[in-house]
Ligand binder design. Structure first.
Ligand code: C2G
Length: 153
């Protein structure tokens, strides 16, 4: 009987923190089943995503450590998913510590340390800052060119 591990996430702008967690969860058993939050569910979580659900679930499903990826559509599907997939362990990163202890009657619940220094939010902030700097450079170049043109006229 394969030991099935179950987890969920948005996996927006997939990064090393996501990969570290999925690989460490997979190492706890034989198969890893991952619920990927749909765009509609993320709206319920008040979580804006850059990458659409179709791309996020495709990336997760292609990972060597993932056996099966499926849509996560609401907060309440976990109990039925545990039964559906015969999961023996439910795991999340430590930022969720304690939040899913109500699942303990159904399977083991583990929270693994997050990977510090990386998050989808931080990546988005870095992209925004980069774009801001680029915009500032373009404005400065335009002002310099205008000054040159004015000095020639
Ligand atoms: N994670 C991590 N290290 C990071 C960032 C994220 O270990 N630096 C983990 C999170 O703890 C989570 C998983 O990666 O277990 C996915 O993170 P998110 O995509 O942010 O998932 P979230 O939006 O928190 O959705 O029902 C549960 C929710 O769907 C979880």
């Amino acid at each position: 009987m394969k030991r099935v591990i179950l987890t969920y996430g948005t996996f927006d702008m997939f990064h090393i923190g996501h990969l570290n967690l999925l690989k460490r969860l997979r190492a706890l058993g034989d198969e890893l089943y991952v619920g990927v939050s749909t765009d509609e569910f993320n709206a319920l979580k008040n979580k804006r995503t850059f990458i659409a659900f179709e791309s996020r679930i495709k990336i997760v499903s292609e990972l060597r450590c993932v056996t099966h990826a499926f849509p996560e559509e609401n907060w309440d599907q976990k109990e039925s998913d545990i039964q559906r997939f015969n999961a023996v362990i439910f795991g999340m990163g430590s930022d969720w510590a304690g939040k899913f202890d109500h699942l303990k009657p159904h399977c083991a619940v583990v929270y693994l340390d997050r990977t510090e220094g990386v998050s989808s939010t931080e990546l988005k902030q870095s992209v925004a800052a980069f774009q801001q700097n680029k915009l500032k450079e373009v404005i400065e170049a335009a002002e310099y060119l205008k000054m040159l043109v004015d000095s020639l006229s």
